[in-house]
Design a binder for this molecule. Sequence first.
Ligand SMILES: Cc1cc2nc3c(=O)[nH]c(=O)nc-3n(C[C@H](O)[C@H](O)[C@H](O)COP(=O)(O)OP(=O)(O)OC[C@H]3O[C@@H](n4cnc5c(N)ncnc54)[C@H](O)[C@@H]3O)c2cc1C
Length: 438
Amino acid sequence: MTPHAVTKAVGSLWEKTAPPDPSDPPLVGEHKADVCVVGAGFTGLSAALHLAEAGISVIALDVECAGFGASGRNGGQVLPGFKWYPDELVGRYGASRGERMAAFGAAAPALVYDLIARHGIACGLRNCGWLNAAVDDAALAVQTSRAEQLARRGAKVRVVDRAEARELLGTGRYCGAMLDERAGALNPLAYARGLATAAQRHGARVHRGSAATNLARINGRWRVATVGGAVSADTVLLCTNGYTGGLWPGLAQEFIPINSLQVATRPLPDKVRATILPRGHVVSDTQRILLYFRLDDEGRLIMGGRGSLGETSRDSLFRFVEDAACRLFPQIGRPEWQFRWSGKVALTADHMPHVHELAPGLRSCGGYNGRGVAMASAMGRELTEWVRTGNAETMALPPSPLQPLPFHGMRRPVLEVITAYLRLRDRLSWRGSPGGAL
Ligand SMILES: Cc1cc2nc3c(=O)[nH]c(=O)nc-3n(C[C@H](O)[C@H](O)[C@H](O)COP(=O)(O)OP(=O)(O)OC[C@H]3O[C@@H](n4cnc5c(N)ncnc54)[C@H](O)[C@@H]3O)c2cc1C
């Protein structure tokens, strides 16, 4: 690949462009609340906001600050649904539960749009649509079947052919795409901080610098200890996702945290910018190790994906994604990369989020498999309804037993082998594409 412009790329684009962190100072002393939320990402913040709106007292804690984890670092693509499409959900969970889950997933972006509108969250929301770009004919056939399943259930989804995909994407690499009009784009850190502010306005507290270090059951309540204080609560919601530590045995072992990388160019010259995603869609492709990309409001190209294996330095780690961007869009030439950042995506063995009642009043939710902007927001509301009604049946996604992965400690070498294998298969899928593999 051609060399890149010398760059001083630092940190996250979102950190640079979001409003300041509104979190409360670190927790000090003993406190009481109906609910203690551990982890202030979309799941925890949406739960805190909905709980506070329902008049339930809530204290949220984060190791760092609101949106520190995946929620403040992601691609900002507001996507509907789960990894499994409606017919697959019906096949796995039965007609009644499967359709309920499909409807829940379909409605998740609308919940985000509603939260943003109701609470006046300035996060650059665009209701722009999502292109799921197909690498080869086999992938396009799958997209066609998925589009048909979704359209049958009333979603505004259609398949675009190679020519239209070229026009909408600004690259001729893909042989078509599924276009889902329900999706949107936002600045995820601004959205997370906006949720925190809204929750605070309704009486919740969201404490930064407050790692939960211990959980103890005392006289029928939970005591969540931090370094400087503690919260006594009837219910604890563990919303720590890919950043889960050892707070509860087995919970971290359920997730495979994968580092996902993003890079952003400086704002592109108008003439170049006009040739890339001219209608402002957000995109991910059908590779097994996928690429995802979009423009921001200033015309930066943001590209996300996994790094190459065996990277030896921070630069080479990001270079893989930058090179893919240059191959995909040769019109950007050798751009200056202004931002580079990464975050942990929580994968699960069944590609579905997991909800648990770990002990009476101790609940967890996480594992969105890279599709959590809308889903985690929606799950925060679901967790609230569970607290409010005491009935887990109110949730579309029912609680399941904790299933720590065997050999979790061996995940790194195992993942390296799996990633290398999937990359090889991806390379083979590109054989029909003009220009070959990315
Ligand atoms: C690089 C990247 C790109 C992505 N792109 C997209 C996308 O475009 N669209 C999409 O839908 N999804 C995307 N995702 C997934 C999405 O960001 C997540 O699914 C979602 O943000 C999960 O939210 P969460 O609140 O469950 O977890 P997180 O946001 O990860 O929050 C967990 C929080 O828990 C805190 N925590 C951990 N342990 C403790 C403790 N002991 N005490 C207190 N706090 C603790 C952490 O500090 C963290 O802030 C992406 C993820 C990444 C990493």
